[in-house]
Design a protein around this ligand. Structure first.
Ligand SMILES: [Fe+2]
Ligand SMILES: [Fe+2]
Length: 215
């Protein structure tokens, strides 16, 4: 099963009526929340679809992956000061000046806020949202799938680095795919002279020394 095949292979899901109802509510909320950001909405729908299909390939939970896909970027558009204030209010400590890691904060802020908004969702959904920006040393299958889907969903441009990850879907195991996706994000930051969160290096070191595995 390849990246392109998987979208045809899993056209729709058999969720329980409760899951269907919750997912419909989430989709509606997300459409309203991002009504002024159509391009972001296309990205979000792409992540949800890609994560759901990848869940089948890698034996993850499709419902958790799809819900996290829809919600992962919820607080993406907070202004920098607002982002830092929210991180402070929610006790999110990145160990460095939060203005240096602004692009990482929305995952952690969204996870904490959405947990209150959707208490009926499994906690794994919020964990996947929390770590979709930072990655982690020992991701669950669902967190790994959402992290990778965020990078390779269909509306992302066909850069070589992204095409490489897409070509590996279904060809390598989830640990390997996660490591490759993580490495590609780190390389992008370095090549474009962006700040690298020090803990990202520790995560990378743990991933390459096989201290971690998706479970
Ligand atoms: Fe994000
Ligand atoms: Fe995203």
């Amino acid at each position: 099963m390849t990246y392109t095949d998987m979208f045809d292979a899993f056209p729709q899901e058999c969720y329980t009526p409760e899951q269907e109802a919750l997912l419909s509510k989430i989709k509606l909320d997300v459409q309203q929340h991002f009504s002024d950001h159509q391009k972001r909405l296309i990205h979000i729908e792409g992540v949800a679809l890609c994560a759901r299909c990848m869940a089948h390939i890698y034996q993850a939970d499709p419902f958790i992956c799809e819900c996290a896909g829809y919600l992962h970027d919820w607080d993406k558009y907070l202004e920098p000061d607002e982002m830092v204030d929210e991180a402070h209010r929610l006790d999110i400590d990145m160990g460095v000046n939060p203005y240096l890691v602004l692009p990482l904060l929305h995952g952690k802020i969204s996870a904490r806020k959405l947990q209150l908004r959707y208490p009926e969702l499994p906690t794994e959904v919020f964990h996947a949202i929390d770590t979709h920006t930072t990655g982690e040393t020992n991701p669950s299958s669902e967190s790994a799938v959402v992290y990778i889907a965020d990078l390779i969903e269909p509306s992302r441009p066909s850069y070589d680095s992204i095409e490489k990850i897409r070509s590996l879907v279904g060809e390598v195991d989830l640990n390997q795919l996660y490591l490759d996706a993580y490495k590609s994000t780190l390389l992008y930051l370095i090549e474009t002279n962006k700040y690298v969160w020090p803990h990202s290096i520790e995560i990378f070191n743990a991933l390459i020394t096989n201290e971690s595995s998706c479970n």
